[in-house]
Design a protein around this ligand. Structure first.
Ligand SMILES: Nc1ncnc2c1ncn2[C@@H]1O[C@H](COP(=O)(O)OP(=O)(O)OP(=O)(O)O)[C@@H](O)[C@H]1O
Length: 237
């Protein structure tokens, strides 16, 4: 069964249809990349899924329940985690406190459980700095890893990653690919990504948006071979 599905999902901004009647299905455990040219509607689509953007029409279903009109915090409670395109860590708080903030809504005041969850999330992303280090002292790449650790600490069922490799160095991108492979099957992932090597090497399937609509969907090899995708991307795939 699909963990996430949308039907006829639409968002208008004035006269512009940013997301146009999108039918989308994401089975549990899949890593799905969402790609498309700038302005195709990718961020708006994941905003509609996470509840940060209100739908103009259509439906969003998560684990069988209609969540179309649920506020974002209620969707987080159901297991939808969203990590931002712009780095969202609290610079003055320690690494530990940042991840603990993400874990506490689920684990409450159980300090030992929170500490365990923080340690496990940091270990999974491979962040080895002392937990007392202020987040603002980390390199940009490590702050992005911290964000992913914050997402994992929520024990999400669906993790939405919005351009997670933007601004990362080559070796950090290699680390990110390995992380996604390690998470495969454990958490369902929806990944907005412009870096085609990340998309092709990590995604089970790819959905291509263009002008707010689904242009193509398939396995990486199918998308690479698609003439429609090649022309929308001017041969970048
Ligand atoms: N709050 C808003 N108000 C008005 N127009 C918006 C708003 N948010 C997005 N848009 C428009 O909706 C369209 C889709 O934007 P969106 O950011 O979803 O695309 P995207 O595929 O994520 O692009 P990028 O790859 O550049 O991040 C664009 O034309 C954008 O200008």
């Amino acid at each position: 069964m699909s963990l996430l599905s949308t039907s006829g999902l639409t968002r208008r901004f004035g006269g512009l249809v940013a997301v146009n009647a999108v039918d989308f299905d994401l089975p549990q455990g899949e890593v799905r990349a969402l790609i498309g040219p700038n302005g195709a509607g990718k961020s708006t689509f994941v905003g509609l899924v996470s509840g940060r953007v209100a739908a103009s029409g259509g439906r969003v279903r998560f684990d069988g329940a209609d969540v179309t009109h649920l506020p974002a915090h209620r969707r987080i409670g159901l297991g939808i985690a969203y990590t931002f395109q712009i780095t969202s860590v609290f610079a003055r708080l320690s690494i530990f406190e940042n991840v603990a903030l993400a874990a506490r809504p689920r684990l409450g005041r159980d300090r030992a459980a929170v500490a365990d969850a923080v340690g496990a999330a940091l270990e999974r992303v491979g962040l080895v700095e002392p937990e007392t280090t202020p987040a603002g002292a980390l390199s940009y790449g490590h702050q992005r890893l911290l964000e992913i650790a914050m997402g994992l600490a929520q024990a999400p069922r669906l993790m939405i990653l919005d351009e997670p490799t933007q601004g990362l160095a080559e070796n950090e991108i290699a680390g990110f690919k390995a992380l996604i492979r390690a998470l495969k099957g454990q958490v369902t992932i929806l990944l907005i990504e412009h870096n085609m090597s990340v998309v092709m090497e990590t995604a089970d399937r790819i959905t291509v948006l263009n002008f707010g609509a689904v242009l193509a969907e398939g396995r990486p090899d199918e998308i690479r071979a698609s003439k429609a995708v090649q022309s929308a991307y001017l041969g970048r795939v």
